[in-house]
Design a protein around this ligand. Structure first.
Ligand code: ZN
Length: 346
């Protein structure tokens, strides 16, 4: 708890330390998304702070204002000659602080967001005009200033012999997800976010979508998981199929093609496939044809179908993202790709 406030304090020191011609107007504008004290000439982008050189500025003064050194300025701006800066030149300042836009998803709370981005709830309220503390609307975009990296989790090694660091847990209050074992519902930031996003996409496209049981992802630190060969590195998940007539909750159940809620299932798979988020989806061979025909009827181009589906190739052919694996008639298994920030992911 204390560490979090220290971090917030650090951010504020950097921002409040900036005094410039625009400081006063930045103060007035802070509710529209500018942190207090940020001069007009400085803007926070997704990659960091950018400062536009003003008349009369010198490199050493700018460095001093942002509490960095001239050497750092040169390091962050290739080719910069500190005694030859000119008005209008844009300088990158790698202070680690960036501005992110978070789109509120079902299950989000301000407290959870504050924890994730290591800021205070009050800051989020201050940076976003007319936000209601206790009822935040799904789909609304929030501006947050943070030093927390976009992806903190790390998938290390292979799905069969890997581990997981700084894991993220599936939300338990999401309206389309039933988490069976919270202690085995840990994954990378991306795996968890992509599962939630895809289920949100299904809810958007199909009213009255039931909740679907999700069994194992990984343990908080990954490693061997009883009953599985993989699931060690936070990129695997076992999920029930959308089934016709499963009421409010679809659970693990051995099904045939006529039981499959093809439209919802395809919306879920299509979301991951179109966003290049999945390496493999293991689906019993007998269930693939219905999905394939549905996708074709929706106008998915032939080359795309050939890349996404094993069907109509034979069951033993290992080609296709959606492919057969024994014992996947009662659930499917999705394996997400390695995220670009996970350098040791295999
Ligand atoms: Zn599995």
């Amino acid at each position: 708890m204390y560490a979090r406030y220290l971090l917030v304090g650090t951010v504020l020191t950097i921002l409040v330390g900036m005094v410039g011609p625009g400081a006063a107007s930045a103060q007035r504008d802070h509710a529209a998304g500018t942190p207090r004290g940020l001069p007009d000439a400085a803007e926070l982008t997704e990659t960091g702070l950018v400062y536009t050189v003003q008349p009369g500025d010198t490199a050493s003064e700018i460095a001093e204002r942002f509490e960095v050194t001239t050497e750092q300025l040169v390091m962050w701006n290739e080719g910069l000659e500190p005694d030859r800066i000119r008005e209008g030149q844009r300088l990158r300042l790698d202070t680690g602080l960036r501005r992110i836009v978070h789109t509120i998803r079902a299950g989000d709370t301000l407290a959870a967001l504050a924890t994730r981005y290591e800021v205070a709830v009050n800051d989020i309220v201050r940076w976003n005009r007319r936000i209601r503390r206790h009822s935040i609307r799904v789909g609304r975009e929030l501006t947050i200033f943070t030093t927390v990296p976009e992806s903190r989790s790390e998938s290390i090694g292979t799905p069969q012999a890997g581990r997981l660091a700084h894991a993220h847990q599936l939300p338990r209050n999401h309206p389309a997800i039933l988490v069976r074992y919270p202690q085995r519902a840990w994954g990378t930031d991306e795996a968890v976010r992509w599962i939630v996003d895809a289920f949100d996409a299904v809810r958007d496209a199909h009213p009255d979508t039931p909740r679907v049981a999700i069994h194992d992802l990984s343990r908080e630190r990954g490693g061997a998981l009883m009953g599985h060969h993989s699931h060690t590195s936070g990129r695997d998940a076992d999920i029930a199929y959308f089934q016709n007539g499963c009421g409010e909750e679809c659970r693990f159940r051995t099904i045939g093609p006529s039981d499959l809620d093809v439209a919802r299932q395809w919306t879920l798979f299509r979301y991951w496939l179109e966003h290049d988020q999945v390496e493999a989806i293991f689906v019993d061979y007998a269930l693939q044809r219905a999905l394939y025909e549905h996708a074709r009827a929706e106008g998915v181009p032939r080359e795309q179908l050939a890349r996404w589906f094993q069907y109509p190739r034979e069951e033993g052919n290992r080609y296709g993202v959606i492919r057969h694996h024994p014992r996947h008639a009662n659930h499917f298994h999705v394996r997400f790709v390695c995220h670009e920030t996970d350098e040791a992911c295999r």
